[in-house]
Design a protein around this ligand. Sequence first.
Ligand code: SAH
Length: 254
Amino acid sequence: MNRGRISIIGAGPGDPELITVKALRRLESADVVFYDRLVSDELLNVCPAGTMKIYCGKAPGQHALTQSEIDRLIVDYARVGHHVVRLKGGDPFIFGRGGEEALAAAQAGIPFEVIPGVTSAVGASASAGIPLTHRGTAASFAVVTGSRCAEEGALIRWDLLAKSVDTLAIYMGVAKLEEICGQLVLHGREAATPAALIENATTSAERVVTGTLGSIAQSAVALKIGNPAILIVGDTVGIREMLYPAAAERRYIG
Ligand code: SAH
């Protein structure tokens, strides 16, 4: 009987301990693993000795394999009977292109499953002490991509997001911070709104920079904040210094 199937699994935000038990079990029985750049080596080491490990890349602008090659390869390996595990940073369905891979499996008639992961905004929120919602302060949050800020302004509704969502978690925005913050202020969010950038969230290399919508882009340049990082905008950013008073003293000054 052909046991070929595809498990599209979330690795969590960075700390390898933040993977789910179910996803870990899939790694332990994988024949082939296709993994992304932001996935910890510790997780790959969980695979049996004979597991084939295929790197998919995806540093911004550099792809070891194109998305259509990945879609084709996972299907091809499953079709010949392998248990294919597609290991993705964070959650597969949040800016992870997991939907495209699931569609490729569905269209090829290959059995598949999707196992969620802790998305990086949720990991960053917990480790930086910035609740995404907080009674009396924030009743809603949105995850937003910052990478298409200028090119596809029409797709990202900064005009609506600026004022109708309490906390914004912006992914892939490091290279466009000034434009993103500018759009939010242009559409009515106060320049004094607290903002935080969390780089390498949940890992030993984590750095947190806090400021305001008006100041954070400059601080990020001064401190050379790079990928991967999440921008969190909203009043709950202020809770960090209440939870961790020492963070106020350690606040990075650009
Ligand atoms: N599927 C992933 C997101 C992939 S898009 C998830 O659910 O988290 C890649 C973006 O995720 C990066 O540009 C960055 O904004 C964010 N990201 C991923 N890992 C991160 C980390 N450890 N710390 C901060 N941001 C991270």
